[in-house]
Design a protein around this ligand. Structure first.
Ligand code: RTP
Ligand code: MG
Length: 139
């Protein structure tokens, strides 16, 4: 099945807790096809650039520290209506507000350490995928 694409990161807390397999399983069994995948670690510059939109927010420094403290899993996912459906699958930013069964409800500890990222638009999905993967790493 083809479709459009979104970008995700399993954040350092999810990797530290050993949740890579369970989360990827939930993603693929929800109809997303993995078209790029790697374990990597963001540098401080990477995280600052990636989350630049939040640079005036009070949590920016803490967010950069969190996102760089260990490896993440970066992936590009394909499905019809990928961006919106993936945001539904991961649930609200704050796991306390996330719907039952969503990835953040199951695997996230708090609003700041919330296990997983999902792109918020088709345009950002493309920018974020290109940030982590070259063209020949995306299938
Ligand atoms: P993401 O970009 O990571 O998919 O998360 P999101 O759209 O659901 O939330 P966003 O508003 O873009 O925030 C980005 C990340 O910053 C951290 N955060 N901490 N302490 C806080 O109040 C707070 N608020 C946001 C979270 O890691 C959030 O995912
Ligand atoms: Mg966001």
């Amino acid at each position: 099945m083809s479709g459009n694409r979104t970008f995700t990161m399993l954040k350092p807390d999810a990797v530290e807790k050993g949740h890579i397999g369970a989360i990827l399983q939930q993603i693929t069994s929800s109809g997303f096809r993995i078209v790029a995948l790697k374990l990597t670690q963001m540098t401080e510059d990477d995280a600052k650039t990636f989350y630049e939109i939040h640079k005036e927010r009070p949590f920016y420094g803490e967010l950069v520290e969190y996102m760089t403290r260990g490896p993440i899993v970066a992936a590009v996912l394909e499905k019809e209506n990928a961006v919106e459906d993936f945001r539904s699958l991961i649930g609200a930013t704050n796991p306390e507000d996330a719907a039952e069964g969503t990835i953040r409800k199951k695997f996230a500890a708090s609003i700041s350490e919330n296990a997983i990222h999902g792109s918020d638009s088709d345009e950002n999905a493309e920018i974020e995928a290109a940030f982590h993967f070259s063209g020949r790493e995306q299938f």
